[in-house]
Design a protein around this ligand. Sequence first.
Ligand SMILES: O=C(O)CCC(=O)C(=O)O
Length: 279
Amino acid sequence: MSSLTSNHLLTTKEIHSYTGNGFVVPKFRLDNSDLEKLQNATLELMQTYPHIPTEGLVSPHIFSAGSNRPDIHSKFLEICKLTPLLDIVDQLIGPDIIVWGSRIFTKAPQTGRATPWHQDGEYWPIPPLATATVWIAIDESNENNGCLKILTGSNRAKMLLPHQSLSGKGAALDKEIKSEFIESKHVVSVPLEPGQMVIFDVFTAHGASPNLSNQRRAGFAIRYLPGTSIFDRNMKVGSGQDDVQTDLGQRALFLVRGEDKTRKNDFTIGHDGMTVEVI
Ligand SMILES: O=C(O)CCC(=O)C(=O)O
């Protein structure tokens, strides 16, 4: 833990909300300067890579081939490494923390697509399956512009629900949980103000409605892996989406706190700016 005051830390009740309901909205939020940094970096990212659909800005914290703007990428990495964020993540997944991914999820006004119900674990090559996602609101995110929705308690069994393919249907993700597993009485919406965040587990089912409003809805999701899990580049999972390209085999990992307890994670791959994924 850092030597800051502990005001930003989760209470025991909030930690129980994460383990029992699958998510928590901490009282900590980005201060104005970090929020502005995130908002400006997002704008610059979109202006620098206008050919990438804004829903597909994957891992902007990594400086990769084709990029001539390391300064933008380092701003995202700085957000990933904020001490209060790491302190909170430490409370949820332990003191050994690896950033293995991030993504900007933007829903443009009126055209932003729904996010199909899914569990992230369905897509990720991580044994044992673990990750806490910190999803930070860049814009205000509410019922009208497609805030995140969560199926409370879906994390508890630590099992993946049956997903079906959406391939070729033009959906924002290429798999969704079969609808009979989404009981509306367990669905909660998570509206957030800019700079606020929701943290959810790798087994937590979530989705979002389309953005039919005139207000953009963008969020920055950071993926934190405990040092007791392996990011396995040989595992064949992932997305078959054609409008979002990712190469998990070349993904750069960043040890941001503690140590890699598995001693099997490779922190050299993808750090040379020569990878072809991401942006
Ligand atoms: O922002 C969204 O609509 C989806 C976010 C999401 O699926 C994720 O962060 O895993």
